[in-house]
Design a protein around this ligand. Structure first.
Ligand code: TMP
Length: 248
């Protein structure tokens, strides 16, 4: 049986740090995994990443619809060329930094595109593959954005929650969009988690890096063990000394 786990969260929620820590932990205990980060990992995906995140168009924006198609196209390619073949390998462990839920949260709730259409496009791209578990790194958007260097005034916190650095249509960089956009993204994630509580594990991303890592590792380790991965055999004396099971 294979295992597919995704990480989700808003801007500055610490996903990259936490996926890095989890990967280091897995390497320490000799557990093989495949790590994917959308959009990317295929030729088409890498091109799309450059289109979405690069400076190719300077400040020129991409329409909401085109943005949606680009994320979904990259996912369709990733699923058919990388994810599906990998999941066929018995015992495969796949960790994703963002997956289809990002599109619902960002393009559906954030950009306000119709949720049913976003859902149908995701279904087509993923072939209905859903993660076995999704960690949501949850924090108020102003906390995440401040970590990325966005100031109080730029956030508009002191004036009105709807004032950001730029208007909603004015940037391809999500971190430059108004606070209200990020609040909708967070709300979207919460609604998704409510719809499937068994899949989602909400982690308080305002806690320290170590606390968050311990909580994630504890859940991940349980998941591995329920999937028949005998971790004890892989743990070294050094790992056993680490406070992996410290209650959080
Ligand atoms: P990241 O590489 O830092 O995760 O950045 C990806 C950005 O793209 C992040 O701001 C979230 C956004 N995004 C979407 O809007 N929709 C999607 O489907 C995905 C995967 C990412």
């Amino acid at each position: 049986m294979s295992l597919f786990v995704s990480f989700e969260g808003g801007e500055g929620s610490g996903k990259t740090t936490q996926t890095d820590l989890l990967r280091q932990q897995l390497e320490r205990v000799n557990v093989q995994y495949l790590f994917i980060h959308e959009p990317g990992h295929t030729n088409l995906g890498e091109h799309i990443r450059t289109l979405l995140k690069g400076n190719r168009f300077g400040k020129e924006t991409i329409s909401k619809g085109a943005e949606l198609f680009l994320f979904v196209a990259a996912r369709a390619e990733l699923v058919s060329k990388v994810l599906k073949p990998s999941l066929k390998n018995k015992g495969a462990i796949i960790i994703a930094d963002r997956f289809a839920d990002s599109t619902i949260a960002y393009q559906g709730y954030g950009r306000k595109l119709p949720l049913d259409l976003v859902g149908s496009m995701n279904a087509l791209a993923t072939d209905d593959i859903t993660p076995d578990m999704t960690f949501l790194l949850d924090c108020p958007p102003e906390v995440g954005l401040r970590r990325l260097g966005v100031t109080q005034i730029e956030l508009g916190v002191q004036e009105s929650e709807h004032v950001g650095r730029l208007d909603e249509e004015d940037s391809r960089k999500f971190e430059e969009l108004p606070l209200a956009f990020h609040e909708r993204v967070r709300q979207g994630y919460h609604e998704l988690a409510q719809q499937e509580p068994g899949r989602w594990c909400i982690v308080d991303a305002t806690k320290s890096e170590d606390d968050i890592h311990r909580k994630i590792w504890k859940r991940f380790r349980n998941l591995l063990e329920t999937n028949g991965v005998d971790l004890a055999g892989n743990l070294t004396a050094d790992d056993l000394l680490r406070p992996l099971d410290t209650p959080n």
